[in-house]
Design a protein around this ligand. Sequence first.
Ligand code: FUB
Ligand code: ZN
Length: 663
Amino acid sequence: MKKFAITVLTILFIINCYARTGNNSGYPITPVPFTSVKVTDDFWGKRLQASREVTIPLAFSKCEETGRYLNFQNAANPSAHYKVGGLSFDDTDVYKTIEGASFLLQTYPDKNLEKYIDSVLTIVAAAQESDGYLYTSRTMNPEHPHEWAGKTRWEKVEDLSHEFYNLGHLIEGAVAYYQATGKRNFLDIAIKYADCVERSIGSKPEQVERVPGHQIAEMALAKLYLVTGNKKYLDLAKYFLDKRGYTSRKDTYSQAHKPILEQDEAVGHAVRAGYMYSGIADVAALTGDTAYINTIGRIWENVVDKKLYITGGIGARHQGEAFGNNYELPNLTAYNETCAAISNVYWNHRMFLLHGDSKYYDVLERTLYNAVISGVSIDGGTFFYPNPLESDGKYKFNQGSCSRQAWFGCACCPSNLSRFIPSIPGYVYAVHDKDLYVNLFMSNTSEIEVGGKKVKLSQTTSYPWEGNIKLEVSPKSKQLFSLNIRIPGWVQGRVLPSDLYTYAKNKDLPYVIKVNGIPVESTLYKGYCCISRTWKKGDIVEIEFEMKSRLVKPNEKIVENRGKVAVERGPIVYCAEWADNDFNIFSALLNEQSVFTVEKSSDLSGINKIQTEVQVLDYDSQGGLQIKKEKLSMIPYYAWNHRGIGKMMVWLPQDVSAVRIND
Ligand code: FUB
Ligand code: ZN
């Protein structure tokens, strides 16, 4: 009997660990969790530190200061008939910040932070209605709920009530907190609300048929299924996807213009879209639905062929925060919401986990180093909501301002960064059976299970500034496996896996990979150099990608970029900014044969600046054209707008027709 009890306890323990680590996502490839990857990197280390010391504390204090906690307190006392203010998804900023803090807790245990979160969760729990419904915008005043909420539950969920969006972020936050601490306080709240939605939504007579007006619940429910093992959550995620286009909501804004399996173009609100494509991937991984996989494959090609900014940003239009038409990629008015860039990382990560092709990581890396981190200042304290590729110093793109802001009325981006940045170490490696993928380059030490055995891996690099990477591979004992090193698209002469942008020259860059000093010959498989051998403790892999500053030409179909070029080095997209150049950068003309010099600088927390000679056009006092030679200095795009407001441009004139002397 005692033996039986011990066995049962052991099984329960394994199930619990399994649920907490969230493995077995159905994807053929498994990411190495961020908890196994200790980042020692200068570049990313500073970002993680800023997130820990500045962004997350700031987000918590803003939740407090702006009444987001008060909303939960008010909802616990509906008889007081509080006036509902703010936005119908303000609750999610609390959930997202807890999610980010939970990621921190896994790597930096902090009892005070945990205590603080528990105190917030007590308030959240008190706001939950007895049947699990959790939506302060209605509960605090059911007679006069938020104007977007509708008179009854779910009435406007396909429009702007965000009841399911709140559910999605609630689950994501709750799962993270459970995985970090093992405590169920947040998870039980999320399960209760998920059960309430699951009972209410569906095709049974007592239910109503609805899909989320703003997607994210699909991804979250798939995660809840993995953590609880309860398939009804996966079924609900699939229901939300399969019903889209069949309910009363039928428009492109929320990707409901057609059933999902008929969609082949990225349309509408970009964050909604990115989350939906990620949700489709999650459900496909768990159900093996190839029609789902084909759908996101088609849409991915549309984005990469025709709708992706060089920075990896998506969603060209302010109007509707939406994708534009094919090749509609304006610069000054580019929307490129930070949340949309984050969703693009989620989506491309999942595409990689499905297919094992490095082209998805090429998009992910481009998005990460450019469109995502431009959204948060280097010190972690101010944010961009849109991320334009040009500034005239006047156009107020950032919610009525030309500069980074500490918070917004609609705070989706700062709180999304709060949860995303701490998760970055989880994107570095992945495994599949006896394949170990090295996808991102940042200094770290990690312990990874490959083919059921632990392997220690340490990575040292000066990436993204230099292309030198050293890996020390140390299995416990000699072990046969394949180390699959991603050879980035930028090394292979591809800006993107499409013809949207192309390098003007120096297309392929040389690279060398050595194992214990001996060069490795390998034909690439899906973009990876696969080194299959019996590894032993202390084996050294040295990788050298040559980095060159290169001109990028846009596809001629992008009207806004005609006659212009961009500059890249490694994964970094550059821009020219007023602060480094005391002439009008809009009237600078780059040479066809631009020669670049690279200079290490301690400015902006340590960057490589790029310089090149340009001709600056101007009129003299008689109105005659004059041309002066100047040195144009460029900085990484992500670092712009740290030194005040002024001109900035990514796409620089190379043809006289693109020069703007009078602007
Ligand atoms: O609707 C919730 C969030 O607010 C969206 O994801 C953002 O685009 C902003 O509209
Ligand atoms: Zn946002």
